[in-house]
Design a protein around this ligand. Structure first.
Ligand SMILES: CC(=O)[C@@H](O)[C@H](O)COP(=O)(O)O
Ligand SMILES: NCC(=O)COP(=O)(O)O
Length: 249
């Protein structure tokens, strides 16, 4: 039986910034949200500086780096502009994410296989600067092999299709997506990659993902920020922690 590893909870605060930006001005402050998350027991904070700055902005990253005592997982596209920002800040982790300007949210995993050489050169300075490089990726063997070859240390499995199928009651797709993640989490771990998972996870659908023994971190944002509207951010995070602990005692 596979050894079960500890499971960290990373809280993504992007959508506090979405709310702020809907109105302009400074409120609600994503850095305050990150500090509440830290206080509530989050093991890390995730923030995605999109190229179009639709939620997190450059100044948020500056302030998060100053304010946090838990690690920052800096999600970004593989562009020169973002690389320069990451090299200036040297966050604990840099997670490379595909971006389409017109998409509503991150639609799929990064196509590492298509750009292996370019990405290998892209991540080398980030690793030299001390950031752990993670690739946001589909549960696909070809992509995982490429992530391994370019020298990434971590993969984050995109759970979005699984979560959508779960919400829609499409059991066939849900089970197929979960089976692919189960197999690919074991495969990536066997290659020596650390395995994370995230996108669209909720209290209802997180348990089977948290029970994958190789998954060491889940990153959850949109749902937690939505729950916080009703119950407060600290309690919403503490409840997610309880669900994870029940799934993975
Ligand atoms: C990479 C990922 O899944 C999330 O961080 C997501 O990018 C959150 O922001 P969006 O909702 O803008 O996609
Ligand atoms: N990388 C996934 C993430 O950070 C959180 O995604 P979501 O829970 O906001 O969909």
């Amino acid at each position: 039986m596979a050894q079960t590893l500890p499971l960290r909870l990373g809280v993504n605060i992007d959508h506090v910034a979405t709310l702020r930006n809907a109105r302009g001005g400074a409120l609600p402050d994503p850095v305050r949200a990150a500090l509440v998350a830290q206080e509530a027991g989050a093991d890390g904070i995730t923030a995605h500086l999109r190229e179009d700055r639709r939620h997190i902005r450059d100044a948020d990253i500056d302030a998060l780096m100053d304010a946090l005592s838990i690690p920052l997982n800096f999600e970004m596209a593989a562009t020169e502009e973002m690389q320069a920002i990451a090299l200036r800040h040297k966050p604990n982790a840099v997670c490379l994410v595909p971006e389409k300007r017109e998409e509503r949210t991150t639609e799929g995993g990064l196509n590492v296989a298509q750009d292996e050489n370019k990405l290998a050169h892209f991540i080398a300075p980030l690793r030299e600067a001390g950031s752990r490089v993670s690739i946001f990726i589909a549960a696909d063997k070809k992509q995982i092999d490429s992530a391994h070859r370019i020298g990434a240390e971590v993969i984050e499995l995109h759970t979005g299709a699984y979560c959508d199928a779960f919400a829609e009651g499409d059991l066939e797709t849900r089970d197929r997506e979960l089976a692919a993640m189960t197999e690919m989490a074991a495969y990536a771990h066997h290659l020596g990659l650390e395995v994370h998972a995230g996108h669209g996870l909720t209290y209802e659908d997180v348990t089977p993902v948290a029970q994958l023994p190789q998954v060491q971190e889940v990153n959850i944002g949109h749902f937690i920020i939505g729950e916080a509207v009703f119950r407060g951010l600290g309690p919403a995070i503490q409840d997610m922690r309880r669900v994870l602990d029940l799934a993975r005692p």
